[in-house]
Design a protein around this ligand. Structure first.
Ligand SMILES: C[S@@+](CC[C@H](N)C(=O)[O-])C[C@H]1O[C@@H](n2cnc3c(N)ncnc32)[C@H](O)[C@@H]1O
Length: 213
């Protein structure tokens, strides 16, 4: 029987698997028993940009599945520290981490976070959330900025004065206006493209520090 030629989608999928299998950060994550290679983006930002997590911090992790960021933060906290993570997807439990399965960008998700916070203010909000990619650059960009705006709104409502916000974003339509809004709420902002973030990915991170309150 004649061999069928692979569809464009199949070729893209097998290229992704090939790249994934050869990725040094994937291999390192497997060796070190991490839930995801994404952890190395966070550790670089924490360690090389001097974002210190105090032992008794309250940290909220938005878009936390499969859980490598929450796990890393949990390991840096003492017994009085708290990590609350939310994701659309279910996660395997992480010791010492309060996990919520839900949509951050929904009234139910916001309610669940409020309940988990139980009146506590937050020291650090971290967000690795990205929209599900549609393939349409403008649509994906606008969805990303929408998530960023919602994240900033949440941070402004819950952060302690002096607190910090780390979030993933994409450069493009809507970014400049969002960056200005962020600048009016925090004293310092840095754009970071960690080494573990693939060059081919449009993502980078905004580290906003010293919330004005
Ligand atoms: C790159 S992954 C996060 C990886 C995570 N930082 C880790 O280290 O394991 C992005 C996550 O954001 C989640 N996400 C996207 N939009 C969301 C939303 N509106 N509410 C909750 N989670 C969302 C996705 O389900 C996905 O699991």
């Amino acid at each position: 029987m004649a061999k069928q030629s692979k569809s464009k989608k199949d070729r893209k999928t097998s290229a992704w698997f090939q790249r994934h299998a050869n990725d040094p950060h994937v291999k390192q994550a497997q060796r070190e028993g991490k839930r995801s290679r994404a952890v190395f983006k966070l550790t670089e930002i924490l360690d090389e940009h001097g974002l210190i997590i105090k032992k008794n911090s309250v940290v909220v992790d938005l878009g936390c599945a499969p859980g490598s960021w929450s796990e890393e933060v949990g390991q840096r906290l003492g017994p009085d520290g708290v990590v609350i993570g939310i994701d659309l997807l279910p996660l395997n439990p992480i010791e010492g981490v309060i996990l919520i399965e839900g949509d951050f960008d929904s009234p139910e998700g916001q309610r669940a976070l409020d309940e988990a916070l139980n009146g506590r203010s937050i020291d650090l909000v971290i967000s690795d959330m990205a929209p599900e990619m549609s393939g349409n650059k403008l649509v994906d960009q606008m969805r990303m900025i929408g998530l960023n705006e919602m994240t900033l709104h949440f941070a402004k409502a819950h952060l302690k004065p002096g607190g910090a916000l780390l979030m993933k974003t994409f450069m493009g339509e809507g970014y400049d206006g969002f960056r200005r809004d962020l600048g009016s709420a925090f004293k310092s902002i840095k754009n970071i493209k960690p080494a573990a973030s693939r060059k081919s990915s449009p993502e980078f991170f905004l580290l906003a520090r010293d919330f004005k309150g």
